[in-house]
Design a binder for this molecule. Structure first.
Ligand code: DC
Length: 223
């Protein structure tokens, strides 16, 4: 039977790095769906399109030609054959991704691609609507979160390590804005699926969080 793991959660809950490690330990691929919305955000900004212009954004999405491939160093994301992996993590692209992900037609297209990929191979998929919409029948469904201040602290540390010295208050504010936008959009807002297992990593280390999730997967797989 196909092994599909679904992980949802808010900004900077550690989804990406935790998902990478859990997938590695399970010997399956990790699909980072946020990167696909980021790829669209990047294309929209490059085209000089206003991310608030739904009609234009939807048209861009239909011709995006987004694809992913998995290499030794993780997922690479492509737009019409161009590797944009290194270009989609800026604060501008983050905000644009959050804005364009509000549109129903954009979500429909992204979900279609994600479901196709997950049907082809065993996969761990992380995002915002994976448990609720993309893979409602996944083997294990997890909602990974942490307190807002703690998520902002992790994000701030991560930026500092990359040499980006941003005041903590600014990072916290940006995170609150993205939470607000992701949780209150009319189409498929971020919410915990009733049958997703809640993992709160506020007081857990990276390894403890990985172990907790692996244990949940084990229980779901073998009862
Ligand atoms: O996980 P991330 O920060 O890379 O995601 C970027 C944006 O894309 C985020 O603000 C919300 C959106 N997103 C979404 O709506 N659905 C997903 N499955 C993944 C991301």
């Amino acid at each position: 039977m196909r092994l599909n793991i679904a992980i949802d959660g808010p900004v900077s809950a550690g989804k990406s790095s935790i998902s990478d490690e859990v997938a590695r330990r399970l010997g399956i691929l990790h699909l980072d769906t946020g990167a696909m919305y980021r790829a669209l955000g990047l294309k929209v900004l490059r085209d000089g399109t206003d991310p608030q212009d739904e009609e234009k954004v939807v048209a861009t999405c239909r011709n995006l030609g987004v694809s992913v491939c998995h290499r030794e160093d993780g997922q690479h994301t492509f737009v019409q054959g161009e590797d944009v992996t290194g270009l989609i993590r800026s604060p501008e692209v983050s905000m644009a991704a959050s804005t364009v992900s509000r549109y129903a037609e954009v979500r429909k297209e992204m979900v279609r691609i994600q479901q196709q990929l997950a049907a082809e191979t065993d996969m761990l998929v992380d995002g915002r609507d994976i448990c609720t919409t993309v893979l409602p029948n996944a083997t294990a469904k997890i909602f990974l979160t942490a307190a807002q201040e703690e998520r902002a602290r992790r994000r701030w540390l991560e930026m500092k390590e990359k040499g980006q010295e941003t005041p903590f208050e600014e990072v916290l504010q940006a995170l609150k804005e993205r939470d607000e936008q992701d949780m209150n959009r009319p189409v498929e807002p971020l919410r915990r699926a009733p049958d997703a297992v809640l993992v709160d990593s506020t007081d857990l280390t990276f390894d403890e969080t990985v172990e907790t999730i692996l244990q949940i997967v084990e229980e779901k797989r073998h009862g």
